[in-house]
Design a protein around this ligand. Structure first.
Ligand SMILES: O=C(O)CCC(=O)C(=O)O
Ligand SMILES: [Fe+2]
Length: 217
C-alpha cells in the first residue's frame, strides 16, 4: 500500500500551464533511481561566461539524447550521450504520464545548498513554440521559484519533492521565468531531469563557400 498516494495539482496561472505530481515515484523507487543516477551519469561542470568572464556553472549537468546533435543553452554547447537503460525507462514512464514524446534529457546535480540554477526560461529555438518540459526530481527537496515576466504579483514558489514530477507547458516558457535558488538550509544532493523534445537547427547555407567557388571560377 502506498501510504503517501500521489497527488496531482494543476496551478491556475495566466499564460502558463503548470502541473505537479508529488509522488510520481514511491520513496523506495525514488531512492533506487537517485543512487543509480548519482553513480552512472557522466556528470560534468561547464563554464559559463557572464559579462565576458568565465565562471564555473553552480551545479553539475549532463545531456542524454536519441541523436548526437549538440544542444546549446545559456552559451554552453553540450554533446549528448546516448540514453542508458534507466533514463530510457524514466523517459517512457514520463511519456505515458504526460502523453508527450521526448528525445532528450538535461540532468542537473545540485551538490548542496550552494548549487543553483538562475532565473531563465527554456526557450531555445530548438525546443519550438510552447514546448512541453517535464521534470522529475530526486534527493533533497529544493524550492522551484517561478515568476511572470511582466505581471509582478505573479511570483510563486513550489517545493519539489523526492520522486515528484512537474510539467511546464502552454505559453510558460514565453511569459514566465523559473529558478532553483541557493539555500542556507542544510540540504543534501538533489538530481533533476528535464525531458525535452529538441528539433535539429535548420542548416544555415554556407555563403563563404559559395563565394570561394565564384572566385575560383
Ligand atoms: O532543477 C530544476 O528543478 C529545474 C531545472 C531547470 O530549470 C532546467 O534545467 O532548465
Ligand atoms: Fe529550466
Amino acid at each position: 500500500m502506498n501510504l503517501f498516494p500521489s497527488e496531482k495539482t494543476k496551478f491556475n496561472l495566466p499564460q502558463a500551464e503548470l502541473i505537479y505530481i508529488s509522488q510520481f515515484y514511491s520513496q523506495t523507487e525514488a531512492n533506487i533511481i537517485f543512487e543509480s543516477l548519482l553513480k552512472d551519469i557522466l556528470w560534468q561542470q561547464d563554464n559559463i561566461t557572464l559579462f565576458g568572464k568565465a565562471h564555473k556553472q553552480p551545479r553539475l549537468t549532463a545531456l542524454y539524447a536519441e541523436s548526437n546533435t549538440p544542444y546549446t543553452y545559456s552559451g554552453i554547447t553540450m554533446n549528448p550521450q546516448p540514453f542508458n537503460k534507466l533514463l530510457l525507462k524514466i523517459k517512457e514512464q514520463v511519456e505515458v504520464a504526460t502523453k508527450h514524446k521526448f528525445n532528450s534529457v538535461l540532468l542537473n546535480l545540485y551538490r548542496d545548498g550552494n548549487d543553483s540554477n538562475g532565473w531563465h526560461a527554456d526557450n531555445e529555438k530548438e525546443l519550438g513554440v510552447n514546448p512541453v518540459i517535464t521534470s522529475v526530481s530526486f534527493g533533497a527537496r529544493r524550492s522551484f521559484k517561478y515568476k511572470h515576466r511582466t505581471l509582478k504579483s505573479e511570483n510563486h514558489k513550489l517545493e519539489l519533492e523526492h520522486g515528484s514530477l512537474l510539467i511546464m507547458k502552454g505559453e510558460m516558457q514565453h511569459y514566465w521565468l523559473h529558478q532553483i535558488p541557493k539555500t542556507k538550509n542544510e540540504v543534501g544532493k538533489r538530481i533533476n531531469l528535464t525531458f525535452r523534445f529538441i528539433t535539429k537547427k535548420t542548416e544555415v547555407p554556407q555563403p563563404r563557400f559559395n563565394l570561394i567557388c565564384i572566385f575560383i571560377m
